[in-house]
Design a protein around this ligand. Structure first.
Ligand code: CAA
Length: 381
C-alpha cells in the first residue's frame, strides 16, 4: 500500500518525537512505574491525542492510516505511552464523536482532542471480561440522576485519567440491550479508584479498579441512548483493536531492529552471529511476520477510512499483530542470549510489554470468534 505525502509526514513527525522524547526515558519509567505525564502533554501539543477528531472539535482530522502509523512509532519507543494514546484516541474520542450530544462534544471532546486531559474506557469487571454483557455494575434511574454501583476492573489509566466512559446496566434483567454508557469525572461523589494492579509489563501505564458506591450521575452524562451502551462499546472496540494492532506492530518492529543490530555486532566462533544460517532464518521469519502485521493494520485502517464496517479486518489485524509481537519479541530475546534476559537490553522490556497484547481489548480467542462469525455469517459464541 502506497502512503500519501501527508501520511509520510505524520509518520516522520511521530517518529522524531518518539525516538527523541519517549525512547530515552522508557526503561526508567518502566522500572519506576512512572506515568508519562510530561510526554503526554507534548503529544497533546503535537496533535497526537485528537488525531481522528474533526478540527471543529479541536482535533487534527487525520485519517486512520496516519493514526496507525503514528501509533506504531510511539509504541516503537514506549508501549506504555502507546496504550494510553490508543484508548484515548480510538475508543474514547471515537465514542464521543459517534454517540456524544453537541453539548457533550463541546464539554468533553474538545479538551480531550487538545490533549488537555486523558480519557479511559471502563467495560470489564472482576467477573465479566470476555463476556461484558454479563456485567453486574448497575445504574438505577432516580429523577434526573442515575445511581451507579459496582466495580470495574483492568482499567488502563484508572488512577490517572480524568474522564471515563463507564458501561453499566440500566436494566439488569436485560442482556446486552440493558447496558448504557456514562461519562464519569473524578468530582462525582461515590466514585473512586480501587486497587492498582502489579503488572508484568507496560508498567508506566497504571491499571486499576474503579469503584462506584451510590455514585449519583446526572442523566445528561449518558453517552448515546439508554440501552445503547453495548453498541457504544463494541463499535469503540473496532477502532480500539486497530490501535492495539498498530501498537503491536511498532513493538514488533522495535524488537526486530534490536535483534538485527545485535546479531551483526555479537561475535561468537570468530564471526558475527548474523553469519549463521539458523539465525538468518529467524530474522527472515521475524521480518515476514512484522510485514504481514503491517499490511493487516494498514488494510483495517484503510477500510475504516472508507467508512466501511471493519470489525473483521480490525480483529484480523489485532489477532495477527499481537501474536506476532509475542513471537518476535521472544525471538529477539533469544537472539540476545543471556543478555536478552537482563535489563541491560530493551528486548527484556519489549518481551514483557508484548504479553498483554493478546489479552486486552479482546483476547486472541475473542478475535477469532469475531472473525469466524463474520466469515461464516452464522453468529456463534
Ligand atoms: N459494532 C456495532 N455493533 C456490534 C458490534 C460491532 N463491532 N459487535 C456486535 N454488535 C452488536 C450486535 O449487532 C448485536 O446487536 P443487536 O442486539 O441489535 O442484534 C449486539 O451488539 C450484541 O452482539 P453479540 O450478540 O455478537 O454480542 P455477544 O454478547 O455475543 O459478544 C463478543 C460478542 C465479540 C464476544 C464481545 O462480547 C466481545 O468483544 N468481547 C470481548 C470484550 C473486550 O474486548 N473487552 C476488552 C476490554 S477493553 C480494554 O481492554 C481496554 C483497555 O483498557 C486496554
Amino acid at each position: 500500500m502506497e502512503l500519501t505525502r501527508e501520511q509520510l509526514m505524520i509518520q516522520k513527525m511521530a517518529r522524531e518525537f518518539a525516538r527523541k522524547d519517549l525512547a530515552p526515558q522508557a526503561a526508567e519509567r518502566d522500572q519506576k512505574h512512572e506515568y508519562p505525564a510530561e510526554s503526554l502533554k507534548k503529544m497533546g501539543e503535537l496533535g497526537l491525542l485528537g488525531m481522528l477528531v474533526p478540527e471543529e472539535y479541536g482535533g487534527e482530522d487525520m485519517d486512520t492510516v496516519s493514526y496507525a502509523l503514528a501509533m506504531s512509532e510511539v509504541a516503537y519507543a514506549c508501549a506504555s505511552t502507546a496504550v494510553i494514546m490508543s484508548v484515548h484516541n480510538s475508543i474514547c474520542c471515537g465514542s464521543l464523536l459517534r454517540f456524544g450530544s453537541e453539548e457533550q462534544k463541546q464539554q468533553y471532546l474538545v479538551p480531550m482532542a487538545r490533549g488537555e486531559f486523558i480519557a479511559s474506557f471502563a467495560l470489564s469487571e472482576p467477573e465479566a471480561g470476555s463476556d461484558p454483557a454479563s456485567m453486574s455494575t448497575t445504574a438505577e434511574k432516580d429523577g434526573d440522576f442515575y445511581v451507579l454501583n459496582g466495580t470495574k476492573r483492568w482499567i488502563t489509566g484508572g488512577a490517572t485519567s480524568e474522564l471515563f466512559i463507564v458501561l453499566a446496566k440500566t436494566d439488569p434483567d436485560a442482556d446486552h440491550k440493558g447496558i448504557s454508557a456514562f461519562l464519569i469525572t473524578r468530582d462525582l461523589q461515590g466514585f473512586s479508584t480501587g486497587r492498582l494492579e502489579d503488572k508484568m509489563g507496560q508498567c508506566a501505564s497504571d491499571t486499576t479498579d474503579l469503584l462506584f458506591s451510590d455514585c449519583r450521575v446526572p442523566a445528561d452524562r449518558m453517552l448515546g441512548k439508554e440501552g445503547e451502551g453495548f453498541i457504544v462499546a463494541m463499535s469503540g472496540l473496532d477502532d480500539g483493536r486497530i490501535g492495539i494492532a498498530a501498537l503491536s506492530l511498532g513493538l514488533g518492529q522495535a524488537a526486530l531492529d534490536e535483534a538485527v543490530n545485535y546479531s551483526k555486532q555479537r561475535v561468537q566462533f570468530g564471526r558475527p552471529i548474523a553469519d549463521n544460517q539458523g539465525l538468518r532464518w529467524m530474522v527472515a521469519d521475524m521480518a515476514t511476520d512484522v510485514e504481514a502485521a503491517r499490511l493487516l493494520v494498514l488494510n483495517a485502517a484503510a477500510k475504516k477510512d472508507k467508512k466501511e464496517k471493519c470489525s473483521k479486518e480490525a480483529s484480523m489485524a489485532k489477532l495477527h499483530a499481537s501474536e506476532m509481537a509475542n513471537r518476535v519479541t521472544g525471538q529477539a530475546l533469544q537472539i540476545h542470549g543471556g543478555y536478552g534476559y537482563t535489563r541491560e537490553f530493551p528486548v527484556e522490556r519489549f518481551y514483557r510489554d508484548a504479553r498483554v497484547l493478546t489479552i486486552y481489548e479482546g483476547t486472541s480467542q475473542i478475535q477469532k470468534i469475531v472473525i469466524a462469525n463474520e466469515v461464516l455469517g452464522d453468529k456463534k459464541k
